[in-house]
Design a binder for this molecule. Structure first.
Ligand code: ASP
Ligand code: MG
Length: 437
């Protein structure tokens, strides 16, 4: 059972999830994020120290500490529990204050980032103890690890976690940190922002769990972006493939990497709502459940690059040469379309854009369009349902489309549009594809 930042972000929310967890009949591993806002503050602290602005870092540390002081006052009632919580907060903020005084390194920055999950889980356990709920804390740094390519080592995670669990026969509630891990050098590291979902899925895979529950504050994956479109509905069931496309192409509810461990070890994933625990949510399993369009998602800040060259005509090896440039700069390509004399592709970050463009120059004329959005229409066997294409293009008639990717997967049709049309296209698709306004 994984709970995100907002689910533990207020003392009353933490109380609420303890009531959810203690209702479980099966043994459960509870994976927690940091309290909402904490990781952002820790990123800020790290950035300030890296820049040598210790005053700014100190101010952010003080503000964050005050937040935790207020939090624990509401979290627990007894003096004993309060004292325990206070010494946990003191310990972690002492650590941050010591860091202020030593020279900055990337490894140290990872230590800073780890404080959020360490704090949330320890405070959660203090509250469990006050409520006399039997539990054990499993330190993620003792079993969660990544290799030199930042890939989780599922085999080793499995062995170490099983060993840890063997120390607690008969125990029903376990608590652990999401997001944090150890890297190949044995240092504290993390699974990247939003990585607690990934932790949960890796843990579920490692122990062959009956289910991996991701608890957030929305009742499952919705058919469209609820922040942009008025009426959206939760999707009841998705296949792993559909869920992976949606998570990757912009649905904010699930970390994209968290699908593969569950898929590989065939662990059903449920997206559930802490505020509405009886709601069905979304079930992600092997089978799609039904045929047709399930949802649309948008991925922002996309850059499109077009390479035009008459030399591409009848040439082989041309695409390979282009791809090699992106490989060299470790920049993944999302969408790609080709004609006989040109190829268009998209990337989602501009870290190496200038270097990439320079190396592409000899291949022909290069055009770059920034500020694009990928709109993905995801569903089961949608590519075989001709009606869907008609409906799709019928509903967005007035919007210029820069690229279309169709047939790459039977579950996805992607369109590239300029960012200014995003709201409009999502609204029109909601009406045209789902009959919702
Ligand atoms: N606390 C981390 C973050 O905010 C990990 C997570 O919440 O999943 O990115
Ligand atoms: Mg978070």
């Amino acid at each position: 059972m994984k709970f995100g930042g907002t689910s533990v972000g207020k003392p009353e929310r933490m109380h609420h999830i303890v009531s959810l967890v203690s209702k479980e009949t099966e043994p459960a591993i509870v994976v927690l994020s940091a309290l909402s806002g904490t990781t952002n503050a820790l990123v800020e602290i790290g950035n300030a120290i890296a820049k040598g602005d210790r005053n700014a870092a100190k101010q952010t540390i003080e503000k964050l500490e005050a937040h935790y002081q207020a939090f624990i006052k509401e979290l627990v009632k007894s003096e004993d529990a309060y004292n325990k919580a206070r010494s946990i907060v003191a310990e972690h903020f002492e650590f941050l204050n010591i860091i202020l005084k030593i020279s900055f390194s990337e490894a140290l920055n990872k230590d800073i980032l780890a404080q959020g999950e360490l704090l949330s889980t320890k405070l959660f356990c203090v509250y469990l103890e006050e409520q006399k709920i039997d539990h054990a804390l499993l330190p993620a740094l003792e079993f969660m690890s990544i290799d030199q390519y930042d890939e989780p080592q599922i085999g080793s995670i499995k062995v170490k976690l099983t060993q840890l669990l063997n120390h607690y026969p008969g125990k029903k509630i376990f608590v652990t940190q999401g997001y944090i891990c150890r890297n190949a050098r044995g240092e504290v590291d993390n699974l990247k922002r939003g990585g607690s979902d990934y932790s949960a899925s890796l843990i579920a895979a490692a122990i062959n769990a009956s289910v991996c529950e991701i608890w957030t504050d929305i009742d499952g994956m919705h058919n469209n972006d609820p922040r942009i479109v008025k009426k959206t509905v939760p999707v009841e069931q998705l296949s792993f493939e559909e869920a992976a496309e949606l998570a990757y192409f912009g649905a904010k509810i699930l970390h994209p990497a968290s699908i593969w461990p569950a898929q590989m070890y065939k662990i059903p994933v449920k997206l559930l709502n802490t505020m509405q625990p009886e709601a069905k949510g979304t079930l992600i399993v092997e089978e799609a459940g039904s045929v047709g369009v399930k949802a649309v998602a948008a991925k922002d800040n996309i850059i499109a690059i077009r390479i035009k060259s008459s030399r591409m005509l009848l040439a082989y090896g041309f695409l390979r040469k282009i791809f090699e440039v992106f490989e060299k700069y470790r920049t993944p390509i999302d969408m790609i379309t080709t004609s006989e004399v040109a190829v268009s592709l998209t990337i989602d970050h501009s870290v190496y854009l200038q270097e990439i463009l320079k190396e592409l120059e000899p291949f022909g004329t290069i055009e770059v369009d920034e500020n694009q959005v990928i709109i993905s229409v995801v569903g089961n066997e949608i590519a075989q349902t001709t009606d869907i294409i008609k409906k799709l293009f019928g509903s967005i008639r007035n919007i210029p489309v820069r690229m279309v990717s169709y047939g790459g997967s039977p579950h996805n049709i992607s369109l590239l549009i300029a960012a200014e049309h995003k709201t409009q296209i999502l609204q029109q698709l909601n009406k045209g594809m789902f009959g919702l306004e």
